[in-house]
Write a protein that binds this ligand. Structure first.
Ligand SMILES: Nc1nc2c(ncn2[C@@H]2O[C@H](COP(=O)(O)OP(=O)(O)OP(=O)(O)O)[C@@H](O)[C@H]2O)c(=O)[nH]1
Ligand SMILES: [Mg+2]
Length: 377
């Protein structure tokens, strides 16, 4: 068997793309790689090969107990914990109770995907907002940085923060699924070192399946981990083919609706927003540009949903309607004079300019997190 060079990634029995334990007996099971490939370096599983070369949809699930075990091991290992969150689904992608799992260690909070915000945003304002919201959600980060791993925005700040906080320790990257952990590590390695490593990334949650240790020049490691699955995120519930409609690819172009009370908005058939009571006012929707929003009268909304979901109101398409949990209602009161967002985790958010206050009811698939928060924008 070939020797693993110190510059290449990981041990021979672990896939260097996704961290899964390799096997060559069961071609239909995860971790499969043909016996003839076992000597290769770097060595990846067949699933990673297919994701990389054929953009195959090949998400897999990791047992939730395994995440907790990984987190607690990392907490005990004295690594610098880097928690990646996704600005498009900030509250949905935070690891609630993080410190219960990893203990009282310093945490660097990196908020990724800032490229998705509309252009011309003030970065300091966003940073203040993120710091405040992280605290409000129980994340005690020693430091917060914003970046885009895909577009290479803010990376100097990420590298600087890592350099200052790391000391002589490993760096462990953790977070919910699909927030960009592996993309971010790939960028760090590609642009800021001469190491060779390529972690598997994909647009679908559940790409990384096990811990991947990438040796650094100084004998320490940068550690990729599987994303934590939160079923409170709509992105974990929709069918994979609908993710490309729900997840923004480009900077969001917000859609503004001037609504009278007793009007409703449908986001495909994924969620419904009722403006029940209040003066005529504007509602700004920050959702993927690919998602169609329909306006209707509240009194007609039930009928429209019954008769047109799956076709006019989609995604999901007709065949997948029953795969999504039924809607539950969330009553929300926007106080007078407050600028608030209503976040529907994974779908985006609706900004309410609450000069005069508003009473709302949000219908979202059961289990999906719906929260009111101070406006991001
Ligand atoms: N718009 C945008 N997309 C990003 C950014 N970083 C990563 N992505 C995309 O997000 C998706 C998920 O990226 P991954 O790196 O696989 O995410 P992950 O956190 O490792 O996901 P798991 O392994 O499933 O936990 C991919 O489609 C990436 O291209 C970013 O800064 N901006
Ligand atoms: Mg990953």
């Amino acid at each position: 068997m070939e020797e693993t060079s110190s510059r290449a990634v990981v041990s021979q029995s672990i896939c260097s793309g996704c961290g899964v334990k390799l096997q060559s007996e069961l071609p239909d099971k995860i971790g499969y790689t043909p016996a003839s490939a076992m000597g290769r370096n770097p060595l990846t599983c067949q699933r990673c090969f297919r994701i990389k070369h054929y953009n195959e949809i090949a998400s897999a699930t990791v047992n939730p107990a395994d995440f907790l075990e990984i987190l607690s091991q990392l907490g005990k290992s004295d690594a610098l914990i880097v928690h990646i969150a996704d600005l498009f689904d900030f509250e949905g992608s935070l690891i609630s109770g993080l410190h219960r799992f990893v203990g009282n260690v310093p945490v660097l909070l990196v908020v990724n995907k800032i490229d998705l915000l509309p252009k011309a945003m003030n970065p300091n304002r966003i940073l203040n907002w993120v710091q405040k919201q992280a605290k409000a959600n129980g994340i005690w980060a020693s430091r917060v940085v914003l970046c885009s791993a895909r577009k290479n925005i803010g990376f100097d700040r990420v590298v600087e923060a890592l350099g200052e906080m790391r000391g002589n320790r490993n760096i462990a990257v953790i977070g919910a699924t699909n927030v960009g952990k592996s993309t971010l590590i790939n960028r760090l390695i590609r642009d800021y070192s001469d190491l060779e490593a390529e972690l598997t990334t994909s647009p679908y949650p559940g790409t990384t399946l096990g811990v991947v240790n990438i040796p650094l020049d100084d004998g320490k490691m940068i550690i990729d981990t599987p994303g934590i699955v939160y079923s409170s995120r709509l992105t974990e519930l929709v069918e994979k083919q609908d993710l490309q409609t729900v997840l923004p690819e480009k900077p969001i172009k917000p859609t503004v609706f001037q609504l009278n009370e007793q009007q409703s908005l449908f986001f495909g058939a994924l969620a419904r927003f009722d403006f029940v009571k209040g003066e005529r006012q504007s509602f700004t929707c920050y959702t993927s540009n690919a998602l169609t929003i329909h306006r209707t009268k509240l009194e007609k909304a039930d009928e429209l949903y019954r008769e047109h979901r799956g076709v006019l109101l989609s995604p999901p398409g007709k065949d997948d309607l029953d795969k999504l949990p039924p809607f539950t209602k969330h009553a929300i009161r926007i106080p007078k004079g407050a600028n608030k967002d209503v976040l529907i985790s994974g779908l985006g958010w609706i900004k309410v300019n609450g000069t005069t206050g508003a009473e709302l009811v949000i219908h979202a698939p059961r289990g999906v997190k719906v929260v009111m928060r101070d406006s991001l924008i």
